[in-house]
Design a protein around this ligand. Sequence first.
Ligand SMILES: Nc1ncnc2c1ncn2[C@@H]1O[C@H](COP(=O)(O)OP(=O)(O)O)[C@@H](O)[C@H]1O
Ligand SMILES: [Mg+2]
Length: 266
Amino acid sequence: MNTTELIAEYREFSPRINRIGARDFLLFVEDLTAVFDGFKAVDIDAWGVKRNELRVVIGPNGAGKTTLCDLVSGKTRPTTGTVFFEGDDITHALEADIALRGIGRKFQTPRVYDSLTTFENMELALPGSRQVRKFFRRSVRRDECDNILQILERVRLKDDRHTEAKHLSHGQRQWLAISMLILSSPKLLLVDEPAAGLTDLETELTAELLLELKDEHTIIVIEHDMDFVRQLDSKVTVLNEGRILAEGDMGELTANEEVIEAYLGR
Ligand SMILES: Nc1ncnc2c1ncn2[C@@H]1O[C@H](COP(=O)(O)OP(=O)(O)O)[C@@H](O)[C@H]1O
Ligand SMILES: [Mg+2]
């Protein structure tokens, strides 16, 4: 499928004109641009991700992958266009409100507190206001504690629950950051370059973890590492110079001349 056909197909599902699109697509963006000093970092006509999909977004450095996450999570305001989440227009919603609606984000550099233990980091990430928690001197409830331990077990961090985060490996910190996100049960997880700087084994475990999480969350993974992308074995969107260049499984993309030219061939 060429880019024009791809866009035409997505356009059919525009939540603006079609309730089917609003139902089927958890996330949908239309005519979305982000312009910095006259430079178009993102320029997408129409694109969406369906519920319970694991979608991989690849593209060369500077393609606009992180900026796309910024636009969806409300960190950056689009210059033009609309972002729909569950069919609702969230383009002008505040970053915190977007998070409350169910969009969770793992940044390229994991945001964990070094001097706190794995468990304490998880405690801080529990949903509900920290002020309220402190005011009522409420400690972690039994069910919350169970939930934390269950997640830590899943990411193989249970034995390290009392280890300070600064002593965790780079991979373990990535898993902790993902675990902290899962605690608030986001409907959509945005995961920016989870395999960057990981060992081969850690990369494999990260792919396994994301595939497990796919049952309960819709996930968008941004990634560079082609071995990792192959392990995820999911639909891939190729971004290039802010635009969507192609979409398909890795087999289709490795046979696509445009993609080879722009990305894979290098
Ligand atoms: N806040 C910003 N101000 C100016 N330029 C930016 C800003 N954010 C991103 N850019 C530019 O937009 C382009 C896309 O960046 P980015 O989304 O980080 O790419 P990727 O994540 O695909 O490597 C880059 O050229 C970058 O320099
Ligand atoms: Mg990036």
